[in-house]
Design a protein around this ligand. Structure first.
Ligand code: NAP
Length: 331
């Protein structure tokens, strides 16, 4: 893929010289805190051959474009000219905690291979609970041939909170198994096979229609702690929680209390307040809680690089740029 961040700069770069002054917007600062940093750097260099990519802490402080995952405040302070910051994942909550250059826009990954992973993860968790595979595994482990009465699908309506790039795929996938599926988002939506509700006015109805609740919301001031005693106690009796969004959506002690009170049957949690989950945490000792280490949907590096490179190539001011975060809403 050929990259041109601006027409003039592409022309300069395509002359292939080190002598001509390079447009500052062709300089990309990379800040990648995870283990795939080298893969990202190599992939971006291949996808954007005309750009100069420098990796933190040896980045170009004139850069107007950054590609980041969990950057530090020091990185932001060192690049006051940034106009666009591409986030290597879908969730931008870590970025929103930083002081960003005031003119900077954030662009997040849209799906990039994560929606299908989320659909797999959530479908597996829903089916495991609904079909009682945990009980069959326990029976088999103790050498017992113990058939159980088949569950009734209509008794297990699923509610998906958040119908964005990932949530809408999850809701649609669950509808393919003929579960009654409800969705809830900020603005009204239409998804085949899903009863879509929206806004604060319809939140209580959404909860009371739901037995298996899936959280696919972004973490924002409006959604932090949204999975609380007040909300979870409105689920149908025997309710079950699947949180694949962020740990801070859940008030953890409220979940334990509702399980102890018998209102909730359990939970599958891919995310927790503190990650990694500390060794002494109560969740480790609860058989009703299935834990995974924040792996529900991982950025597919090749797809994410292709998505970012296409957007970079279209130009920083492209009117068709999608995935731009609304800084007021926080997602
Ligand atoms: P997205 O496209 O931004 O969609 C967010 C959805 O949430 C939208 O439907 C939005 O409503 C809704 N929403 C936001 N605030 C709301 C509120 N206050 N009330 C009701 N609805 C609200 O996000 P996405 O790409 O689907 O990703 C969702 C989240 O998944 C990410 O932010 C990230 O935290 C998490 N995630 C987790 C993993 C993992 O491995 N566990 C991996 C990737 C992502 P509107 O459509 O009306 O705006």
């Amino acid at each position: 893929m050929q990259a041109s961040l601006s027409t003039s700069s592409a022309a300069t770069a395509s002359q292939g010289d080190a002598s001509g002054p390079q447009e500052v917007r062709d300089r990309i600062a990379l800040c990648c805190s995870h283990t795939e940093a080298a893969t990202w750097e190599l992939g971006l260099r291949a996808a954007l051959p005309h750009a100069t990519i420098s990796a933190w802490p040896h980045t170009d402080e004139q850069a107007e474009c950054a590609i980041v995952w969990s950057p530090t405040q020091a990185f932001m302070d060192a690049h006051p000219r940034l106009r666009i910051i591409f986030n290597m994942g879908a969730g931008v909550d870590a970025l929103m905690k930083l002081r960003l250059p005031p003119q900077a826009r954030i662009v997040r990954i849209e799906d990039g291979g994560m929606a299908v992973q989320m659909a797999e993860y959530v479908s597996h968790a829903v089916l495991r609970h609904f079909r009682e595979f945990d009980r069959y595994e326990a029976s088999a482990a103790s050498g017992a041939w113990a058939p159980r009465k088949p569950p009734i699908r209509s008794d297990f309506p699923v509610g998906v909170m958040g119908l964005g790039a990932l949530g809408k795929r999850v809701a649609w996938s669950l509808a393919q198994f003929d579960f009654p599926v409800f969705g809830w988002s900020q603005s009204p939506k239409t998804i085949d096979g899903v009863t879509c509700l929206s806004g604060a006015d319809e939140f209580d109805r959404f909860l009371s229609e739901t037995r298996i609740l899936v959280c696919m919301l972004p973490l924002t001031p409006a959604t932090q702690g949204i999975l609380s005693h007040a909300s979870l106690s409105q689920l149908k009796p025997g309710g079950y929680l699947i949180n694949v969004a962020r740990g801070a959506h859940l008030v953890e002690e409220d979940l334990l209390r509702l399980i102890d009170e018998g209102h909730l049957a359990g939970a599958t949690l891919d995310v927790t307040q503190e990650e990694p989950l500390p060794p002494g945490h109560a969740f480790w000792r609860r058989p009703e809680i299935v834990l995974t280490p924040h792996i529900a949907a991982q950025t597919v590096v090749r797809e994410a690089i292709a998505q970012i490179a296409t957007k970079v190539s279209a130009g920083l001011e492209s009117p068709t740029l999608s995935g731009v975060v609304d800084l007021g809403k926080g997602y």
